[in-house]
Write a protein that binds this ligand. Structure first.
Ligand SMILES: [Zn+2]
Length: 132
């Protein structure tokens, strides 16, 4: 048996059909076909910071979270075959993870962003790796 389910791309909460926004995160839900065997990719984030993405993927590798990344300066051409792009656009990365690990991945993303914010505060302690 399979049915379309709606889920929140941020927290991974599942919703019945008829809902369109996560009641906790207030972001639009995404649809996926829920089959017993499948573990489809779900979009996790779109980021423009190379450093942030590098750190995120490093954390995913350490936690063995399967992911896919689309990145570059011509992502628009992936979406639109008729796009005419003669110069690179801003670097962007789209990150997808397997749905079974989406909650872990969203937690790591939130943690990475939080730490990066803390590091930008004046007088914040530098990370240990950077001191060595
Ligand atoms: Zn949510």
């Amino acid at each position: 048996m399979s049915e379309i389910i709606r889920l929140c791309p941020r927290c991974g909460a599942e919703y019945r059909e008829g809902f369109s926004i996560c009641s906790d995160c207030h972001v639009p839900l995404v649809s996926r076909l829920d089959t017993e065997a499948g573990d489809p990719l779900v979009p996790l984030a779109m980021e423009t910071s190379f450093d942030l993405v590098a750190e995120l993927l490093d954390r995913f590798e350490k936690k063995a979270i399967p992911y896919v990344i689309e990145a570059g300066t011509a992502l628009r051409c992936l979406d639109d075959e008729t796009a005419a792009l003669y110069e690179p656009e801003d670097w962007q990365a789209r990150i997808y993870v397997v749905s079974s690990r989406q909650k872990d991945a969203a937690g790591i993303l939130a943690d990475v962003k939080f730490r990066r914010q803390l590091e930008r505060l004046p007088g914040a302690p530098r990370r240990q790796e950077e001191d060595q």
